[in-house]
Design a protein around this ligand. Structure first.
Ligand SMILES: Cc1cc2nc3c(=O)[nH]c(=O)nc-3n(C[C@H](O)[C@H](O)[C@H](O)COP(=O)(O)OP(=O)(O)OC[C@H]3O[C@@H](n4cnc5c(N)ncnc54)[C@H](O)[C@@H]3O)c2cc1C
Length: 431
């Protein structure tokens, strides 16, 4: 049996796991289905719980050179335009949590993680390979891998490559094949964790701040809460670019019925153009319900990429994150709505804990046993990941509230804003 650990997926989670395992002196291979390494999408917010880990991995200086450190988080009413609450970030967060709150382009974060993997030779990376079957045996994990692009057209489908590994980490995202093969066969155990479309669509855009009129530029994280919608904006790339994410509940995008694709999954990477595309009706339809600054923002941004948001029931036991020689990590383990901005953060925390368990810091008294290490990893991670999944689901209702609930939310934010927005249980996490 090979003494290598296989990581399936080279996203932010898979590369983070590679760094953590590399630092624990484990030998790692990565299999990635795409032909190129990289990230789609736009910005991500990284709380101090995450930047602290990136510092431990030695990528903090490079990160800070690309990222932006917003001075505060501001929450506004999308209808009234009124400032409801303000939480200082910047130096205040550094002092409070010992690490900064940063916003970064996900491609930059991915590139930094990848360059660390390459610089230290933490893994051999195999592109264009898709894992399609996994056997979780007592002595080894066996995977069947199909080369992508083969077997198309008139060519016969080639036999899959079969390899043995000491352990396998499924970091293969929200549609995880590893989870489907090994963790969903017993519906009583994992059935409730099935992934489904939440009904919400995220419209993402990136624009150069200098191309926007001065009153639409921002150096804070700004959140606009409205009925069945919210808009989040923050700068990335040293503040030069403005990242915007507009999220609409079904009632909003169903106003423009024809604008929603029949098969919502085909909305992946669906680009709309505000001035030319009929589909922009989705966004146009909410203009009349928002304040002038939100209207100006939506009109000023020409191109949006639409992303359907997936959700699953929160984890309910550690056996949903590890079984025998196989562990799940990141979105593969705990798909979550982006209403707490922590999906990538949880993948990075998972990876850190995985490294800690392999390092033997927390179980040094025991003899080396990969099944125990993975069980220890899952035991440490499942409840926290479940809590973050739950809060993200709850935020979906609060952010998009209507009528009395919206009034109560706004009043609470006005009275207790900083207390509600600061989350020591989340940002002050210690492994
Ligand atoms: C609108 C939006 C905003 C967000 N904002 C934030 C934020 O502010 N902060 C934050 O922390 N998170 C945020 N997130 C969440 C974050 O983007 C994800 O949680 C994170 O990127 C998941 O990383 P991952 O590595 O687990 O999965 P992925 O990034 O999905 O990576 C999985 C990889 O596995 C590969 N793969 C899949 N199947 C196979 C297979 N069978 N064989 C081989 N390879 C395979 C894929 O090609 C891919 O490269 C946001 C998400 C959305 C949608």
């Amino acid at each position: 049996m090979s003494n290598k650990i296989l990581i399936v997926g080279a996203g932010i989670g898979g590369l983070s796991a590679t760094i953590a395992l590399g630092l624990a002196n484990k030998s790692v291979s990565i299999i990635e289905q795409s032909s190129q390494l990289g990230e789609v999408g736009a910005g991500v917010q990284l709380g101090p719980n995450v930047t602290k880990i990136l510092k431990r991995w030695g990528v903090d200086q490079a990160l800070e050179a690309y990222a932006f450190e917003p001075n505060c988080l501001e929450v506004y009413g999308a209808k009234s335009g009124k400032l409801l609450a303000n939480l200082p970030l910047g130096q205040s967060f550094r002092t409070r949590y010992g690490s900064p709150y940063l916003t970064v382009h996900r491609a930059d974060l991915h590139a930094l993680l990848l360059s660390s993997v390459k610089k230290h030779g933490y893994a051999d990376i195999h592109l264009n390979q898709r894992v399609h079957d996994v056997q979780n045996g007592p002595d080894a994990v066996q995977v069947k891998v199909q080369s992508q692009g083969q077997g198309q057209g008139v060519d016969p489908v080639p036999s899959p490559i079969i390899e043995d590994y000491e352990a396998l980490i499924g970091a293969d995202g929200v549609w995880s094949r590893v989870r489907d093969v090994l963790f969903t066969s017993n519906p009583a155990q994992f059935g409730s964790n099935a992934v489904s479309f939440s009904g919400d669509l995220a419209y993402r855009s990136l624009v150069l701040q200098k191309l926007l009129p001065p009153h639409l530029r921002t150096f804070a994280v700004k959140v606009w809460l409205g009925p069945d919608m919210h808009l989040v904006q923050y700068p990335i790339r040293r503040g030069e670019w403005l990242n915007s994410v507009l999220i609409l509940s079904p009632s909003q995008h169903l106003r423009a019925r024809d604008a929603v694709p029949k098969d919502v999954l085909s909305a992946l990477d669906w680009t709309i153009n505000m001035s030319q595309d009929q589909k922009a009706l989705n966004i146009q339809s909410i203009l009349h319900q928002t304040c002038p600054i939100v209207q100006d923002t939506l009109r000023a941004i020409e191109t949006w990429n639409v992303w359907p948001l997936m959700k699953s029931e929160p984890l309910s036991s550690s056996s949903q994150m590890a079984k025998g020689r196989v562990g799940l990590l990141g979105d593969a383990a705990h798909p979550m709505l982006p209403y707490l901005a922590q999906g990538a953060g949880m993948a990075i925390e998972d990876a850190f804990e995985l490294g800690e368990q392999f390092n033997g810091k927390t179980n040094s008294a025991r003899p080396y046993c990969v099944q125990n290490i993975l069980a220890g990893y899952a035991a440490k991670r499942w409840a926290r990941s479940a809590e973050v999944q739950k809060r993200a689901l709850l935020n979906a209702d609060i952010f998009h509230a209507n009528h009395a609930l919206a009034w109560a939310r706004d009043r609470s934010l006005q009275l207790f804003g900083p207390k509600l927005l600061d989350m020591p249980w989340l940002y002050g996490y210690q492994s």
